[in-house]
Design a protein around this ligand. Sequence first.
Ligand code: 4AZ
Length: 533
Amino acid sequence: MGPVRRLLVALLLALAAPLPSAAAATPRIIGGEPAAPDQWGFAVALTTDYGSQFCAGSLVQPQWVLTAGHCRIYAASAMRVVVGQPDLRQPSQGSEVVRMIRHPDYRMVVPGAPRNDLMLIRLRDPVAAPLVALADERPATGQVLRVAGWGSTSYNRADDSFGPSSPVLRDTTVRVRSTDTCVADYGAGVFIPQDMVCASLPRQDACAGDSGGPLVQGRGAEVRLVGVVSWGTGCALPGYPGVYALVSSHRCWINGTTLPPRAPVQLVAAPADGTLEVEWAWTRPCDTAPEPDGYRVRVAETGQVVDVAATLRRATITGLVNGQAYTVSVTALNGNGESTPATTTGVPATAPLVVTGAAWTGLGTAELTVDVPPQVEALRLRSTATRGTRAILGPWTELAPDGAARRLRIPVDGLPAEALRLRLEVERGGLVVPTRSAALERPIRPALIGKVRITGTAAVGRRVACEIGRWTGTRPLVVARNWLRDGRAIRGATGRSLGLGAQDEGADLRCRVTVTGPGGTTRATSAPVAVAG
Ligand code: 4AZ
């Protein structure tokens, strides 16, 4: 018995009252019978590497087992998963485990009654055994379900001890109780209706050692995994139904973790001189689905393959021929495989301008620096800013370079204070050709280090100055001051310093500083200073 479980057993014994006992003892089916093997092909036994069974699980994908969160007892290297063998006395190699992913919201708030009690186990190799489909709804109250496991076949209520476990898989039936009944039996905050279901029948129950195992509805091709054996007070005790982690409310996390990711969406290809820039977005199919590990970009015509980090969602493909159309596809990847591809086409062409940089110039404004080759005479162009795959287009403007090669600064406005990519679209012979893009980092809002202070002698006939302190944030910053008399702005008093007159005598003087930069606007006001006579 591991130290964690010993502690929990001690805790339970100390508290004497009937308490829930998941993970309490070596996690075992009461009142059942040897299971019909053709019904439970997806049921697996979790054992130690020396063959001692401690939990059960269900094969949900060829390389993934769903079990209970509280079955994380041994290191992955110290356990095996026995698939397709209802009789554990038969010699069996067992599958090796490479990873255990407990539900991110697994919590043992109440000892012995874990919430979100689920865990996914990744097997080193895929196994050829039947998979079980996930139920998509909470089971109806009164529905009779079946549960299977290798756990204890008896429970002694007098000393809260579990009887011997079963070397062969056993199953029994239980009836779904209403969530109100479950809450009444165990208490609010212990039985959580959103992520648990409770079920019982007289003298029939899951028990210690059955943890992680399947609770199912239907038979044959109609079998659906409804719950995962989780906890309960004793086993088959009147008034204490078995509690199961509800599978239907965790489908998003299970599917998101065990299936290839959803495909990227909204692909855009921006052609530029001999290159294509491709951008895409990825949307979470449901709340708790994990993000892809990365993306793969393929160019059909050239066979190019570019792997892109999960955070980037953008790739530049080079070495292409201007004027030729290319088919670019992007797939999302995770440990389970590759999504279906999202495809776009682009035609690289020569833009007559070369973007050399982009920089913020203020709140909502930036500028693009471009080199104009000598031969260019007149241009019509507009800016495009992209945030993810959303484009913000500037107005078309005429540009008349004066002949010599030079550098132009092109202002862009109406930008959100976000990370953006800026490029130009240049109209040329009726064709609109984008330039390459330049990146603008998300601008940082101005923040004050130190204090805004009034310096000098605050007395009638003297001058005081407003020290603005030091400001951080993305440059350039524009500073505006306003002097306040008794909390009210003094008209026209916006200078660095202020001459004090008779009207200021006895007043509270403050200086308010408004600093605006590409990241936004921040205000700070000095402490008040009383003006002496
Ligand atoms: C356990 O200790 C356990 N009667 C699992 C299920 C039940 C009780 C105990 C349900 O793992």
